[in-house]
Ligand binder design. Sequence first.
Ligand code: SIN
Length: 290
Amino acid sequence: MTVLLLGMKIVRSSPNVGAEILGVDLRLLTDGEFEAIREAFTDHGVIFFRDQDLAPDEHIEFAQRWGDINVNRFFTAVDGHPQVAEVRKEPGQLANIGGVWHTDHSYDQIPALGSILYAREVPPVGGDTMFASQYAAFDALTDGMKETLLNLWADHSSRHVFGQDGDNNGLYNNPSSATQDAVHPVVIEHPLSGRAALYVNVGFTLRLHGWSHHESAPLLGWLYEHCGRAEFSTRFTWRPGSIAMWDNRAVQHYALNDYFGHRRLMHRITIEGTPIGPARRQPRPVAAAA
Ligand code: SIN
């Protein structure tokens, strides 16, 4: 489906997640265009733009329309612009940043709203990013599983990824700053849409709160697989000048690592979020009459 709004075209990327917004220059946004973009962001969980030409200051200016910028503790920043993190992979590097399904900043007490990722240099083929709707992932569960998950919380941490003992492959800085731990509901109520979304991810979730690793592993393992199912997902192929802006409370994302021998360089700005809380329990269903 395509929607025409103020000269912009909003084209859905897949049935459950994502929309590409065409016909807009992010350096020259009117307030009306920004409001339409904000609405598309809430509706689709991730929005995409093409052929943008943003200097770091213009990228920052667009980001500031959404809220305060989170200055990343672990990523290398663009020279002279601490608000802009580099997501860089050099031709000879094996590991990439974000190469599993994950939700950025779920280890923070107040997780970031989302990020605006701008492609500066991309491989000739490969290096796509996948996004999966966590609304669709929740909606597809049985009533029994929903009821169970609505009662659960989970522990998240930055330590095992960014910390001293983390498996960081030389990708990140400041391991001593990786001290963040948080407990979040397994199903959150999205702060903008009010919808229920699954909120556990293989990157940063450690265990179900109050459960051991051993007890948590089977259910979390099943949920991780479920959260990234193809039916809930879309795949974005980058070109220089492309932008993806995603909502961490509505989607998970996964940067594909299939372009060894080529450089990929992206600029990422992350926006601070607002507190998240549990999704409301559904009323108990009335038993069918005999
Ligand atoms: C990230 O996980 O923030 C990076 C995503 C990407 O490089 O596509």
